[in-house]
Structure formats: structure tokens, C-alpha cells
Write a protein of this length. Structure first.
Length: 111
């Protein structure tokens, strides 16, 4: 049985698709493969070595690097130490906005 077509989840894209990751055009430009590449992984590992504790709660070990200024809005600051903060998973979930289907940002629900 063929799945029903739904709007592409990328903000502003008018295409319909049966794939959850988006239309063919946007699957090819998936930010997971273009933004968070080997350079990002190297940067994040080095940043976490220098900042081993969550910079928000200061209790748990930092496991993730967050960009206070969104990469979507400031791509030139993606590998900038002044635009990075080391967070534990719970603090990162609270700090990271999600993109709604209408293209606006909203905060994720907490547990």
C-alpha cells in the first residue's frame, strides 16, 4: 500500500512527499550531513574536552555542544568557540528550538 503524500517538512517547501525526511531536493541537502560533518565533529570533541561539565546546570557531564546563535541564522559562526556552549543532554533539549511545519521556531516540550 502506498503512503499518502504530505508536505515536505522543510520550512517553506511547497513539494509533497511520502518520505519523512523530506522531498528529494531536501534529502540531498540534509543538514545532518552538510552542517554536522567531520569538521564539526572535530570541533565538538575539542570543545567538550575543554568544557567537561554542563555550562548551564553545572552538575552533569557535558555531552553535546549547542550554538546559542543558530547555525541557520549565522552559518559563518558554526565552528566559532564564542558561539558554542557545552551542555548535558537534558539542558540541550531545553535550549534547542524545533522548527514547526509553518517554518516558525517553537520550544520542545519537556517531560
Amino acid at each position: 500500500m502506498k503512503q499518502a503524500l504530505r508536505p515536505c517538512p522543510w520550512p517553506g517547501c511547497p513539494d509533497l512527499t511520502d518520505r519523512p525526511k523530506g522531498c528529494a531536493r531536501h534529502r540531498a541537502t540534509d543538514p545532518a550531513t552538510t552542517i554536522y560533518n567531520a569538521a564539526w565533529r572535530t570541533f565538538a570533541r575539542a570543545y567538550l574536552r575543554g568544557h567537561p561539565t554542563c555550562e548551564v546546570c553545572r552538575r552533569r557531564p557535558a555531552r553535546e555542544v549547542h550554538h546559542p546563535d543558530s547555525v541557520a541564522l549565522a552559518p559563518q559562526r558554526r565552528l566559532d568557540h564564542t558561539n558554542a556552549i557545552a551542555l548535558c543532554h537534558d539542558c540541550h533539549r531545553q535550549a534547542t528550538p524545533t522548527v514547526r511545519s509553518d517554518g516558525a521556531f517553537s520550544r520542545r516540550r519537556t517531560r
